[in-house]
Design a protein around this ligand. Sequence first.
Ligand SMILES: Nc1ncnc2c1ncn2[C@@H]1O[C@H](COP(=O)(O)OS(=O)(=O)O)[C@@H](OP(=O)(O)O)[C@H]1O
Length: 327
Amino acid sequence: MEGRSATNSSSEAILSESHGADLLSKLPSREGWSEPLVLYNNYWIRPRIAATIMRLQSSFRPRHDDIILASNPKCGTTWMKALAFVITNRSRYDIENNHPLLSCHPHEVVPFIEIPLNGDMNYVETLPSPRLLATHMPLSLFPKSLAASSCCRIVYVCRHPKDAFVSRWHFENKICRGNNIDLENAFSMFSEGFSAYGPFWEHCLEYWRESTTSPDKVLFLKYEDLMSEPVKYVKRLAAFLGVPFSTKEEEDGIPEEVVRLCSFDKLSTLHTNQTGDMVRRANLIIENSAFFRKGKVGDWVNHMSEEMGRKLDCIVEEKLKGSGLVL
Ligand SMILES: Nc1ncnc2c1ncn2[C@@H]1O[C@H](COP(=O)(O)OS(=O)(=O)O)[C@@H](OP(=O)(O)O)[C@H]1O
């Protein structure tokens, strides 16, 4: 079943905490991935995260200078966290020496709003301004206060769905710890729009539309563009975040240094990212290395048949038709 055909209305997304648990139990639920997903406001979400998003509807307090890094899972979140952190903190930390990113995983330096690090729900509230936060929440599930805030900036990173799917499939098998999810099965679920935070294309479209109507508020970037012209997009990102590189910085090659420090080759080989675990909650511990697999464009060909590739391309083309977005 695809998300859009469901009946739960958007007003349900803004119910208060006391109604949250009750609502959660009434949402359509489906199994297939490493955990069952519930259909919340037309998106398939892990139940605990849906519950957190419900709570955030009334509790999240945006700040005017918040920067939100948004993405579908497996589309470059870790990379974007690293880039935005290095760019916005470059006056505090020397990029070449003792940078925090050399000893901390990008997910530690930029927390998710709806996935509390070490289970601490209040963590984001305690951060000093300006906050750099991340989310996989679809735009339509943003807490009302955040959606209404005209000041905070959003950077959305998107990726070709074939590579995002293959990355997701590997990740699910990793967190399942040996409980293999069959690729064909996973593919048909993903193609129906059934995957964490899916339908994938609806997620992209919401941010895409917002970026076209409010380009000062939402910067829409693609993983593939970042890969092919990293310096160009790192400069664009810095300008959007209000901290453009000066002529002197450009002459000194600072944008290139940012690109190098945040590259897959650099981050994936750091001890901190090769070892250790990330505790999402008591029964969900993810190895830090699970966020660094190949970091390539086009790896789908090593896992999917050409026919599967064509099928997903057709679905995505149809879904994005008329939007101006091409993936
Ligand atoms: N620095 C850097 N540069 C380029 N690519 C990178 C980088 N860091 C992580 N990756 C690759 O991104 C994929 C993981 O996506 P996410 O970071 O969005 O995952 S998550 O949503 O945070 O779970 C996953 O892609 P695949 O390799 O295709 O699985 C990672 O390897």
